[in-house]
Design a protein around this ligand. Sequence first.
Ligand code: PEP
Ligand code: MG
Length: 918
Amino acid sequence: MTIAMASEKELKTESNQKYVYLFNEVDQAQEKMGGSWEGVRSLLGGKGANLADMTRLGVPVPPGLTVSTEACNAYLEAGEQFPDGMWEQVLEAIKDVEKAMGKKIGDLQKPLLVSCRSGAKFSMPGMMDTVLNIGMNDAVAEEMIKRTGPKFVYDIYRRVIQMFGGVVMGVPDEVFEAVIEAQRKAAGVKSDTEMSADDWKVITEQFKQIYKTYTNEDFPQDPLEQMKRATEAVFKSWNGKRAFAYRDAAGIPHDLGTAVNIQTMVYGNISDDAGTGVAMSRNASTGEKELEGDFLMNAQGEDVVAGIRITQPISDLQKEMPNIYAQFEEIAQKLEKHYRNMQDMEFTIDRGKLWILQTRDGKRTAQAEVRIAVDQVEEGLISKEEAVRRVKPEQVDFFLHPQLDGEAVKEATQIATGLNVSPGAAVGIVAFDADTAEKWAKEEGKKVIMVRPETKPDDVHGMLAAEGILTSKGGRTSHAALVARQFGKPAVVGVSELELDLIGRKMTVGEDLEIYEGEWLSLDGTQGIVYLGQLPTVVPDFKNPYLLKLLGWADEIRELGVWANADYPRDAERAREYGAQGIGLCRTEHMFFEAERMPIVQKMIMSKHAVDRKEALDQLLPLQRGDFEGLFRAMDGLPVIIRLIDPPLHEFLPSFEELVQDLADLKVRTQHYHTLSEIDAALAEIRVKQDYLERVEALREMNPMLGTRGVRLGILIPELTKMQVRAIFEAACKCSKEGVDVHPEVMIPLISHVNELKTQQAALEAEAKAVMEEQGIEVTYKFGTMIEIPRAALTAGEIAEVAQFFSFGTNDLTQTTFGISRDDAESGFLMEYQQKGILADNPFASIDPNGVGRLMEIAVADGRSARKDLEVGICGEHGGDPKSIAICHNLNLNYVSCSPFRVPIARLAAAHAALADK
Ligand code: PEP
Ligand code: MG
């Protein structure tokens, strides 16, 4: 080779940049992108990369090629000009596709028909364009009819005119659809599948006319011209209005470009040994390792998805085409192994041959997510960490969802069955459209079951507002099923016994049962059963073995402890069952709110004299002791933090306004008394009431939330907190004597100055010691405080010299840091703040990282430098919020404490935080 020739070749290669990749050239694409799979997705788009990857795995994908995103960008940059050599590369590559299929574009005997689809790096569903059946023309149609019959041929011919007309030439789709609608009426049929060959022939002719009227040209007969113009149209669609708006909304960059996939068409409606379907590699409802899906023989993909025809379960394919089923099963396993996740696959059987059109990670219920993750660890497919990471904390919530009460179900009237596509129980009144469902649920607070023939994206607001969803049509992969599952709404779909009369606002079940809008129904989404009436529900058994295993792995990973807020022994037992490692907050005032205790508490607060107060406290002591004994027994071996009384005083006071009214009434009545003794008795009563009123007035506060609460109450009425500490230690000593391993921790709330703590703690610790001495037994204990006022956080160093533990009361800390009332703000301006973007999150739901979080950081650092082994936790509502749990992990807290029902969620969220840290 001469030097001149070599440089000429180099130049040629440079100007001959590779723009086109056959599906079996993925290695070249990957090499070009430095081995990166992300790079391949950028170059070939998500769809192209996926098809090529499946081809590389040996999965039967209809052959095709991808024109790269680089070509699209070059085309758009050059003012809508294909880059040099690109089209020639397409023509070259098509020859390979023709060879692989033994067909040829435009050939009359063996015509190759292709689709032309967009495919960007990130999925933009429905935003860009597709043309199917490219390669069809009059001559091809005429020959093809002889082999496949006219109905099929005219149906696909009219589709290419319609799609090419719309995508390439901008002919409005409604015009085409109106023709189909008119023909349906003329033929007296309801659905497209019932149309005859003649109907489609008439439609095809009319479509050609429409095309000509709108474009001033005949529908192009040259297959390659169709292909070229469709490719150009897909490139241009990247900058279409819809695509642009979608990218803006989804945050997808505008300079990525789209690839174009040109792929052999295969048909599930070409013959009786053809079919099409969608299936998951595992059961998407339960997670069981079995294929799950639907298919239809002699049908097109959209017939399955739209739920127009009642589909057959995939297991029927095993009986009808055992070889195809076995092949599909093998492919499903191969794809699962490769993607290390459950797959959702679209397939078509074209005259006895199986083709896979698409695969992606399958959507699934929470139950399935957990089971699949656990099973896949046990199959050696993924690690425990990956399994834990895969399950979202909120998904654990679904295990705590109600189910229909088993006893009530035995007596209930079962009216229909359908597909059990989303588990859990839903009980509500029937609403026949999304707006009604939303209105009834949101504005009127009613529980609603939304009933529709099938659902569409327009119905989602109603589905979200409803308790559950019921449809008469649709399969496991129908819109209703997918959306319900995603949002954890119980759903039963494809209930063919239901006949909906949306005008008459009623539905008929079977022969004669009529149910009107507003009447009650109960759904069992786990089993796919519909019951008449309003059945009671029960909390499900949390002991799902897969969940327990997964949570066990989460426990191995997490560094944060998970404790619970529990006020009563039964809550503590539940918390422990859910995995709580301690009680982080027992709000003792909740024990006072019980009906028979309230008058005693009032008496204690209102009494002016020590003897009266002592009497009340003596009555309360055994009651409190009993409460604490129950808690210690339930939490045998674990720490129990008991917070001393902390409600705003007004919660215990009688109503001032009522007392004023009462006194006024009494005075009026007295004016009508005549006898001296009546008057004397009335005056005595007035004096007592007047006294009482004065006492209430003296204790009344303008701002009770910022008033005599927390430690201030203890300082004001020292006998009260002393009684509580006595009750705690008497209970602890008693339990300890009986062999219970007790770890009481006394928590003093709402301090802002170390001196408050010093005063209270000294008095209370002396009382604790006195009790232990009386009882002749020592128990280990701690005294500590809540950090819930900014001043406490800022002076944490001083406070930690006294306190052995801190617990962040982030409800009050948020209130006092922002200076907004925790009782009013959430229903008021906070919502407005979030809508206007002034606050990204509700700070009462998720810790405000820069303000409250910063105070916490200071408190942890200063507290621990004063006392190395300072135990630090959180017991505000944020303790059960995954985002806040991540903040607590990063702050190195010892534990988070949350309500018992959130304990499992917190265990998983804490593991996620630890994994994110690694
Ligand atoms: C808090 O303020 O966060 C807290 C746990 O205490 P309470 O909600 O009882 O005021
Ligand atoms: Mg508080």
